[in-house]
Design a protein around this ligand. Sequence first.
Ligand code: BGC
Length: 393
Amino acid sequence: MPLPDGFLWGASTSAHQTEGGNTNSDWWVMEHGSTGTGHIKEPSGDACDSYHRWREDMDLLAGLGFTDYRFSIEWARIEPAPGEFSRAALDHYRRMVDGARERGLRPMLTLHHFSTPAWFSWGAAESAELFARYVAAAAPVYADGVEHVCTINEPNMIATMAGLIQLLTTGAAMPEAGLPEPDPAVSQTLIDAHRRAVEAVKAHAPHVRTGWTVANQVYQPLPGAEHVAAAYSHPREDLFLQAAADDDWLGVQSYTRTRIGPDGPLPVPPDAERTLTGWEYYPAALGHALRHTAAVVPGVPLIVTENGIATADDTRRVAYTGAALAGMAEAMADGVDVRGYFHWSALDNYEWGTYAPTFGLIHVDRETFARTPKPSAAWLGAIGRTRALPYQP
Ligand code: BGC
């Protein structure tokens, strides 16, 4: 199936997971202190040293055939103290935008990918306003040469993290399966922050197409549990999809599914194949995620901003991604308006507490930072050159 004209074909990374030395961030503090949620096994340290090696990353992606690159800029570097903006950090990210374009990669810029400056909290009253102030200050990075800006990556997971921290601090019981309930106040703040950020971007760069990216869990009800799945999904997912109804595009991020029984989420079946994150190997998730998103917000163009698998066996990555793309092609053939695909991730990187789950198309040596593309990288990048998916729905 030929890719539609202008279809984005890329890979994704985020700043904290790849740059290294993100010492002003809340995550760095959590990695080195006692405020964590107990899931931090190792600190991010130098990560992939992409703060210095971004040119090499981009050379590899462009050489492999990709035409697009999604990366994030780090608020903690740009605004290390409230109201104090680093010209050097802004210049750094501006060079990355220019560097991507020079190599034939269209940059998709994420303004916030989980990490914040250490001084900031989404629980504070003025947080939406503070976020919009940062977004306005970052305008020199995206004012020209950038077509797509993502305001906030996975707001539903940020709100869920806030809910999880509440459970931990109050000593309340953790759910046996599935995710904790997102903090409703943080959810609303994130929606407000997104709206203000969109206004700030459009004020400085009216041509930029703005959106945000939502973690899609593909809640699959057992027969009779449809209403349970709908109630479960609303605060964790659909609320954030609905908030994108007026956006230029919406990012779909899909990895696996969650089955829902009469009492809520069910554990992964014992005989199912699992990936290195413990998630069920379920490549059909992407097609379902696209169809669900299109049903909740019809008319909003969709971009797959993340999809991938943590595995040490690269043949499973090719199998997983191939099946996921077949699901995407079928959804498109059925009329779902998909405008691009970004694989997670370009590099083996810091997976929020550990380096063990490897999502990368490109292996990164943890001692030397040497990059080695895996066979999956050549296979997936080649689709960017042929501009055709190897499937005919
Ligand atoms: C996030 C990434 C993360 C990936 C795999 C998404 O939740 O945006 O930062 O590495 O999924 O867990």
